[in-house]
Design a protein around this ligand. Sequence first.
Ligand SMILES: Nc1ncnc2c1ncn2[C@@H]1O[C@H](COP(=O)(O)OP(=O)(O)O)[C@@H](O)[C@H]1O
Ligand SMILES: [Mg+2]
Length: 240
Amino acid sequence: MGRVILVASGKGGVGKSVFTSNLGAIYGERGLKVALVDMNIGLRNLDIYMGLENNVIFDVADVLEGVVSPKKAMVRDRRFQALYLLAATQKKEKFTAGIETVTLLYQYLRENFDIVLVDGPAGINNELKLAAADVDIAIMITTPEFVSLRDADMTEQTLRKNGVNERVYVVNKVNKTFFSSGILPTVETITGMMKIPLLGVVQYDDNIHLSSNCGIPIVYEKENYIERNFNRIADRLLQY
Ligand SMILES: Nc1ncnc2c1ncn2[C@@H]1O[C@H](COP(=O)(O)OP(=O)(O)O)[C@@H](O)[C@H]1O
Ligand SMILES: [Mg+2]
């Protein structure tokens, strides 16, 4: 039985999709069966970060409406042994699926994959409730800014109230030169503020940004500090 892991945030643009693509690539390289599900309804992104945008025919709405089976809708990433993507729908106004059908989809994925990474929406809304249906653990992504932390905290509490009992967070886009200014919270300040365990810290790095926008999770390029960092995050996540 695999685990369903939701990647969520309060604020948008904090790096959920980039994080999901890299974590997926790390587990994929380890030979695990990995499913990436883009549940950012109406705003499909993950396919671009994985370089799979031209391969998407069906999306998660097609699966939830019973038009096609999950197996048919999932796109295989040929760089990895068993890494598959289920793309988000771009038709939000026509999306009517409820929590029951999402739960059924997650159940199917649990039975067929080792790791299911759900790239969630930003903020507290109905899409978050849907994406969080029956997940095993949520990873909150935040950046080292007070606005991002406050929103992460609010979203994290909403997930708790919705029955997501296991919650951890990642601080993304950490830029050490900003810390010395005293304007932005340091990682130490952040750990004091957040109520849930820290899973890891990811640096701000132009190479992450450029690589993602070329459709290549940066961890695919071996032997750099980012890959080593993501491997440690992936190890720690398996301990939860
Ligand atoms: N660690 C990082 N270093 C540099 N740029 C990053 C990093 N993480 C994300 N980005 C960039 O930040 C932007 C938002 O990332 P994205 O994953 O799309 O956010 P979200 O899914 O939370 O909306 C993108 O331009 C992405 O390339
Ligand atoms: Mg995103």
